[in-house]
Design a protein around this ligand. Structure first.
Ligand code: NAD
Ligand code: TDX
Length: 364
């Protein structure tokens, strides 16, 4: 297959690209290279003739059109997004631009491209939209998100992802675009930009810096190893039913405080440091995230029943792999830490108005 992957230089996108190329598919990575995009994450496939790269913005209709016409994909996997909840609190404008307007632009150009394909290629063509469980809002202590759970997004990030999900659904329902969707839980693993909880805590703990826990640390997330997710995404994109959505979860619910303590234990074991001591001593409770969702948990019975997928890693095995990867790949993360060193994000919305005007201006 020829697969165009938007956001393929990001954390999950690059795992998908590496997996697809490994399977023998021909892949075009289409990515704007924002702060979160990193060509070093594509190093394992960079020399492969089956892989090519185009730096471009999904909000740029002519660039999307040119890429589709030149590459002629059989499948589009759409992962490009602004993805960090804390940044969406500080500046929602870029989230509206990329996640909403960018998805709209991509859908329009995809529909145009799809409409011009011969019938046999239309039959095979799929558009896969990758989304998040955060669109479903926040759970209490019991229950799981299912595909039919009502949408109740609480952060600017999840509101823009919910909007993009609705657009994809409508383009399928109204225009007949053969689209599938998936909503997954929190990913972790190699090549994760160190602004999210797990990589941030690994790197801070390694250097003996404070480990910030928002609020009480009781919030629960369901952790999914990124390579398990990549496998699920390719299965959904190729074998999922158009018009359907599939939940993807890791069957690994953890309280944040337990995640941070587990990272401390693995690092104390692998890299003991007398100067730092037991790393749990670095934990600091800090101001809560505004609108912080209490609990996310996923029921992936549909994906398991229809397509036979389940995660290979449990949290313990996945976390140890992840920590070992960061220890072995300083050259990947040191330049990123030089640019962003874990400063607290998401406590103001001071830049929002200016950011919105600028971002939406660029998108039109
Ligand atoms: P990421 O932030 O690591 O990567 C996003 C990528 O998209 C980057 O390479 C960036 O350069 C690119 N990008 C951003 N704006 C773009 C634009 N306008 N045009 C083209 N490229 C652009 O994100 P991720 O964690 O890999 O997430 C990938 C997708 O999965 C997103 O749609 C996200 O909402 C979704 N998701 C992520 C998680 C998670 O835990 N990380 C969980 C559920 C869903
Ligand atoms: O320093 C921190 N301290 C802390 O306690 C950070 C960065 C986070 N947290 C908490 C907030 C959350 O309860 O840890 C939890 C995980 O936070 P993030 O890593 O920021 O992830 P989350 O907000 O849950 O969203 C992630 O999963 C769903 C991804 O960033 C989204 O893109 C995805 O859709």
């Amino acid at each position: 297959m020829k697969v165009l992957v938007t956001g393929g230089a990001g954390f999950i996108g690059s795992a998908v690209v590496r997996y697809l190329v490994g399977l023998g598919h021909e892949v075009l990575t289409f990515d704007k290279l924002t702060y979160a995009g990193n060509l070093a994450s594509l190093a394992p496939v960079w020399e492969e003739p089956r892989h090519s790269f185009q730096q471009a913005d999904i909000c740029d209709g002519p660039a999307v059109r040119q890429a589709l016409e030149a590459f002629q994909p059989d499948l589009i996997m759409h992962l490009a997004a602004e993805s960090h909840v804390d940044r969406s609190i500080d500046g929602p404008g870029t989230f509206i631009a990329t996640n909403v307007m960018g998805t709209y632009t991509l859908l329009q150009e995809t529909l145009r491209y799809y409409g011009a394909l011969p019938a046999a290629r239309q039959e095979r063509f799929r558009f896969h939209h990758v989304s998040t469980d955060e669109v479903f809002g926040s759970l209490g202590p019991e229950g799981l998100f299912r595909e039919d759970t009502p949408y109740q997004p609480n952060s600017p990030y999840s509101a823009t992802k919910a909007a993009s999900d609705h657009l994809v659904r409508a383009w399928h329902h109204t225009y007949g675009l053969p689209a599938v969707m998936s909503n997954c839980s929190n990913n972790y693993g190699p090549y994760h930009y160190p602004e999210k909880l797990i990589p941030l805590v690994i790197l801070n703990a390694l250097e003996g810096a404070p480990l910030p826990i928002y609020g009480t640390g009781e919030n629960v997330r369901d952790w999914l190893f990124v390579e398990d997710h990549a496998e699920a995404l390719v299965l959904i994109a190729t074998a999922g039913r158009p018009g359907e959505s599939y939940n993807v979860g890791g069957a690994s619910e953890q309280r944040n405080i337990d995640v941070v303590k587990a990272i401390c234990t693995v690092l104390d074991d692998l890299v003991p440091d007398a100067g730092i001591g037991a790393r749990e001593g670095l934990i600091r409770y800090v101001a809560d995230r505004p609108g912080h969702d209490a609990r996310y948990a996923i029921d992936f019975a549909k994906l398991n029943g229809e397509l036979g997928w389940r995660p290979r890693e449990n949290f313990e095995s996945g976390l140890e792999k992840t920590v070992r990867w960061y220890l072995a790949n300083r050259a990947w993360w040191e330049p990123l830490r030089a640019g962003y060193h874990g400063e607290r994000l998401g406590l103001t919305n001071g830049g929002a108005a200016a950011g919105a005007a600028q971002a939406l201006g660029n998108a039109s």
